[in-house]
Design a protein around this ligand. Structure first.
Ligand code: FMN
Length: 337
């Protein structure tokens, strides 16, 4: 398996839903939601990629870091590298049925496990999206993290309990889906949550609680006050609100507010191992990959996902060596120019 064959197979299966651009930056697919693009003008998606491109690394080679340690420990999980697959749902709608929801979730969850990390699964207006994700996680003895839409609090608690019973190490909500009309139209209302509602969910669940879609220090502080275990700094790959900043722009401010008090994850526009290292230097404990692993899953199934994660692993290792970074859990900001 190689990157060319994965991309060639993916291009055919996507039937135009993703054009497999040389740089996956949201320009060609702007406004394609449903689809693989960013919402509206596509600015929020573009800002994710641009913010990382604007962030530069110091090349440093006079040091003793020859075998950087890429391992990462979050929520008590030992991952071989600080990369997690982001939740992606609605495969029929967004990817022109390039895979079935079941094939997609299996590729992500099993591919991540093979690569020594963990994958997230999504949720949608059709309840089958959540249960298909849970079935894929079940096939891997609970080794996966379901992300639930910001539904009514008792419904979130019910689904989180299912995740705990299946042996999942954590669950989350993508709170940035708070205005998703297709959920509400399907009779499954979503909405923003108060600190009290987050606390309510936390107090009724037993596994670590992740809130995905945080873009300001205030919201991060509110999550911490509610007892949330982890946040994902994310604008949903530019699919929630047009014109948000890139996640790499807001991450340092959010990390300053809550890093060390809770786990800080980030996603959006991460397209190489060097981008992963930049996010760690900006304050993340680990990162999520969305579209790059979607392409890998469509083009190569679980093996494709494993291949792509290993490609990032090799790039991260080289970037760590060439910046003098010994460990992913202690990336000094000084590696940034
Ligand atoms: C087609 C598509 C579907 C998505 N579905 C979900 C979902 O069901 N739940 C969720 O939390 N995030 C969802 N996301 C957002 C991703 O989890 C992630 O935040 C985003 O893709 C990261 O940006 P990147 O694709 O540039 O890496 C979706 C993204 C895409 C592109």
């Amino acid at each position: 398996m190689d990157i060319i064959s994965i991309k060639t197979a993916a291009k055919e299966k996507f039937q135009g839903a993703c054009r497999l651009c040389p740089v996956c930056n949201g320009i060609v697919c702007a406004g394609e939601v449903p689809g693989m693009g960013g919402l509206g003008t596509g600015a929020a998606f573009r800002h994710n990629v641009e913010a990382l491109a604007d962030c530069r690394l110091n090349l440093r080679t006079i040091h003793s870091v020859k075998n950087p340690d890429m391992s990462c420990r979050i929520f008590g999980l030992e991952l071989t590298l600080p990369i997690i697959a982001a939740a992606i749902g609605g495969i029929a709608m967004n990817m022109k049925g390039a895979l079935t929801e079941e094939e997609y979730d299996t590729a992500i969850v099993s591919g991540c496990r093979k690569a020594g990390t963990i994958g997230m699964t999504g949720d949608g207006p059709n309840p089958a999206v959540f249960s298909t994700g849970m079935a894929a996680i079940g096939k891997e003895q609970g080794w996966g993290i379901p992300i639930i839409k910001p539904r009514e609090t008792d419904k979130i608690v019910e689904l989180a309990k299912q995740a705990a019973a299946a042996g999942c190490p954590a669950f989350g909500i993508d709170i940035d889906a708070a205005a998703l009309v297709n959920m509400t139209n399907a009779g499954q209302p979503v909405g923003p949550k108060t600190i009290h509602e987050l606390e309510y969910i936390k107090n009724r669940t037993t596994i670590p609680f992740i809130v995905k879609g945080i873009m300001t220090p205030d919201d991060a502080e509110a999550c911490w006050q509610a007892g949330v275990d982890a946040i994902v700094v994310s604008n949903h790959g530019g699919r929630a609100l047009d014109y948000t900043p890139g996640t790499a722009e807001v991450l340092p401010y959010i990390a300053e507010a809550v890093k060390g008090k809770m786990t800080v994850l980030v996603d959006g526009g991460i397209r190489s191992g060097a981008d992963v290292l930049k996010m760690l230097a900006l304050g993340a404990d680990a990162v999520l990959l969305g579209r790059p692993l979607a392409i890998a899953a469509v083009g190569g199934g679980a093996d494709g996902v494993d291949f792509m994660i290993n490609k990032y692993r090799a790039e991260l290792s080289a970037a760590m060596t060439l910046t003098g970074t010994a460990q992913t859990n202690d990336v000094p900001v000084e590696i940034l120019w």
